[in-house]
Design a protein around this ligand. Structure first.
Ligand SMILES: Cc1ncc(COP(=O)(O)O)c(C=O)c1O
Ligand SMILES: N[C@@H](CCOP(=O)(O)O)C(=O)O
Length: 525
């Protein structure tokens, strides 16, 4: 039998960081990711300076340019470490992010804890103007929506180690017609996290995780490859970011349970793909066992690094509203890392003075895979995993979510709500949204169903500013739309189906069907 690989824990990170000067911490140039002005008022952060045109020599790429600047810009004194998730105040357990560790000593979840005291040396206005200054630029790595918040994500990583597709900065869509027509709402928004490099929000977390792996490999840590269990989106993101960095990726997929578009993504990106005859929970169990034995780094959201990237979507929403806080944010939940990531992003903005409150969070689950919903309905008593049944929202067909504790924490601390959606409800909601110009995934249909229910019961008011998080691109789930619009789903009325009309190649026949159609649209015709 082959000998098992054993991870060795490296010592804690001991990078030296220059300390701010006692006279004026704000204007120590080593602390500034961008140049400070010569303003003499230390309480007012200077506005970022515009970049000079043509400052990069023609034969230098953006990564090399960042490297040239790194000696002056890389040491800002911020740091982060792993700590047990929601520990008791007396805890002293912590790990460097350069260690390979996914669980606390007691077997609980970990969290990335930032040195908030050092971040608090800068006020909320400073952070807002810094983040705002980076949007839409190509400066490495800040052109990424995730890395534009680098100081709050992985402050100590060298920009040269970052693996990024300039993810994030996804559009926040004003769902004008859907809001007005179906809900009587005028301030409804959809955050299109699925309009992204690999077509889902997973890119936000994966750029962080794979960048850290890139760093670990350069430090000669024992990481031969990176692995995940997946319902299709994590594997797509993992394989793309690994391929971009030349790192082997290994993905465990539940056989015949993910869409074809999702399956082809890791295949095309050169991942080692195992199609396993079990469900997602079975794959998750296997990858946990395998990563404990082999030098394969675990990329699922059990690994708290992922959530550091995902939390930037929450910060981005605030930024897109010019730092005004929406009333509600609705997120579809499966393995339940993302709902906590949203909470963490909002909470950090409040703690660091960018906003004065956080939105109420709603987590939406498919009724066929609803362990969190059942737990919520029981008054948060005795969580029980379930056997998840097949759902069109296949990426959230998860019965034993690894981040259950994180999700409960996020919901309890945001006055949150959990809702569920039946198959018919989620498919109808998806079809209705598509009919107003969106092209959403079934998981977003789950979130919209939650909104419809909460709006109908009056919990969400007509003028409440509400954001629905769309987690994947609809193009990954075309088969579900084809089934719906073909009315090809047993026991489903498919009320909003819009099947194509078969017509002969004949002028009269075409005119007949067109007249009938126009009549149905316009009574004056
Ligand atoms: C498209 C999509 N939406 C929602 C989710 C749920 O996210 P989480 O597992 O973080 O709850 C996932 C993955 O689980 C997903 O792939
Ligand atoms: N929907 C996910 C399920 C795994 O979630 P993760 O966030 O823990 O990686 C997927 O696409 O695989």
């Amino acid at each position: 039998m082959a000998a098992a690989y054993v991870f060795q824990s490296p010592p804690f990170c001991t990078h030296p960081h220059p300390k701010p000067t006692s006279q004026n911490p704000r204007f120590n140039p080593h602390y500034f990711p961008i140049k400070s002005s010569t303003s003499s008022d230390p309480s007012t952060p200077s506005p970022p300076q515009p970049h000079l045109k043509h400052r990069r020599p023609a034969d230098e790429n953006i990564r090399e340019e960042a490297r040239r600047h790194s000696s002056t810009h890389n040491h800002q004194g911020f740091s982060a470490k792993y700590v047990p998730f929601n520990p008791d105040p007396q805890h002293s357990e912590s790990y460097s992010l350069d260690e390979i560790v996914y669980r606390s000593r007691s077997g609980g979840l970990l969290d990335v804890q930032h040195d908030m005291a050092s971040l608090k040396r800068y006020d909320g206005d400073y952070w807002k103007s810094l983040f705002d200054s980076r949007i839409g630029k190509t400066t490495w790595p800040y052109g990424s929506g995730v890395w534009s918040k680098k100081e709050w994500v992985l402050p100590e990583i060298d920009s040269d180690d970052i693996v990024s597709a300039f993810e994030g900065n996804s559009n926040l869509f004003w769902a004008e017609r859907f809001g007005k027509q179906f809900l009587g709402m005028n301030d409804l928004w959809v955050k299109h996290c699925g309009i992204s490099h690999t077509g889902s929000f997973k890119d936000l977390g994966m750029t962080v995780l794979v960048s850290q792996v890139n760093r670990l490999r350069k430090m000669n840590r024992p990481v031969v490859g990176v692995g995940c269990a997946s319902t299709g989106d994590t594997s797509a993101a993992l394989s793309a970011y690994c391929a971009s960095a030349g790192i082997p990726s290994i993905v465990f997929l539940p056989a015949n349970r993910i869409s074809l578009a999702q399956l082809v993504q890791p295949i095309a990106n050169g991942a080692f793909v195992l199609s396993i005859d079990t469900d997602f929970d079975g794959c998750m169990q296997l990858i946990r066992e395998v990563t404990a034995e082999l030098p394969i780094y675990l990329a699922n959201s059990l690994n708290s690094l992922r959530l550091e990237g995902q939390k930037t979507a929450a910060i981005e929403i605030l930024q897109q509203f010019d730092w005004e806080v929406p009333d509600w944010v609705i997120v579809p939940g499966g393995n339940l890392g993302n709902i906590y990531a949203f909470y963490k992003g909002f909470h950090m903005c409040r703690e660091l003075g960018l906003v004065d409150r956080i939105p109420r969070l709603v987590c939406a689950q498919a009724a066929n895979a609803n362990p969190l919903y059942l737990h919520y309905k029981s008054g948060w008593k005795d969580f029980k995993a379930v056997k998840a049944s097949t759902t069109f929202a296949s990426a959230i067909q998860i019965g034993d979510p690894v981040s259950i504790d994180r999700a409960v924490f996020a919901l309890k601390n945001s006055n949150g709500i959990v809702e569920e959606a039946t198959e018919e409800e989620l498919m109808d909601a998806m079809a209705q949204a598509d009919s107003t110009g969106m092209f959403i995934c079934p998981h977003t249909g789950v979130a919209l169903t939650a909104l419809i229910k909460l709006r109908n019961s009056g919990v969400i008011g007509p003028t409440d500013r509400t954001v629905v998080v769309s987690t994947a691109h609809g193009l990954k789930f075309t088969q579900s739309k084809i089934d719906y619009h073909s009315k090809d789903i047993p026991d489903m009325a498919c009320r909003f189906a819009n099947p194509p009309v078969q017509v002969k190649a004949d002028f009269g026949a075409v005119m007949d069907v067109l007249k009938k159609y126009l009549l149905s649209k316009d009574s004056k015709y």
